[in-house]
Design a protein around this ligand. Structure first.
Ligand code: SIN
Ligand code: FE2
Length: 201
């Protein structure tokens, strides 16, 4: 495991998951997506370029009414599948808190998908960190400040890297500028998966 990186207060743990662990987690996430299929979420501003699904008690959903956490899949109406143990293990290793996450958002980036600068602020207690896991193609991750605008810093997140947004960096603006297609062979059909773990309450 390479040394930890401090990206404007966001802790990046390069290579936290080795190749075998990445393959196992991907299999677990495929099972999640069979139970809770990926959807193409729509916001007030239009469709997002990523596809999303969730595991855990609460899933993050968005539609023309806005963003929120819901206990059921927006299309199937079924409760979300449980968060896989392989994913919980990462949270337990890096979050520094005793409470397990109640939401696991899975973002699928296929060709050209990206994520605009935003804050994660739909949760009830910002004392808990956000933990994010990267699988598949490399992605250019940009981190700004708690306030909008101003300076930013970027890093390429690679498959197996983990990022922790906590403490003073819990509410920093962040986004994915682009994904480097073909930089990993982990995902069949290419692309990238990001797993975001949060305590919503
Ligand atoms: C997000 O912040 O919602 C996603 C971050 C990522 O894909 O790495
Ligand atoms: Fe985010």
């Amino acid at each position: 495991m390479a040394p930890e990186i401090d990206l404007r207060g966001v802790r990046v743990l390069p290579g936290h998951l080795d190749a075998d662990a990445q393959v196992r987690m991907l299999a677990d996430l495929r099972a999640v997506a069979r139970a809770a299929p990926f959807v193409r979420p729509v916001t007030r501003r239009g469709p997002m370029s990523v596809r999303t699904t969730s595991a855990g008690r609460l899933g993050w959903v968005t539609d023309r009414r806005g963003y929120r956490y819901e206990a059921r899949h927006p299309e199937t109406g079924a409760p979300w599948p449980p968060i896989p143990e392989s994913v919980l293990a990462v949270w337990r290793a890096v979050s520094g808190v005793e409470v397990d996450p109640d939401s696991c958002l899975v973002n699928l980036y296929r060709e050209g998908a990206k994520m605009g600068m935003h804050q994660d602020r739909d949760e009830g207690d910002f004392g808990y960190p956000v933990v994010s896991i990267s699988l598949g193609d490399e992605a250019l991750f940009r981190v700004g400040s708690v306030e909008r605008g101003g300076r930013t810093a970027s890093i390429w997140l690679r498959s197996g890297d983990v990022a922790v947004m906590g403490g003073a960096a819990r509410l920093v603006h962040h986004g994915i500028d682009r994904v480097r297609e073909g930089s990993s062979t982990l995902l069949e059909g290419g692309g990238r998966i990001n797993v975001t773990l949060r305590v919503v309450r």
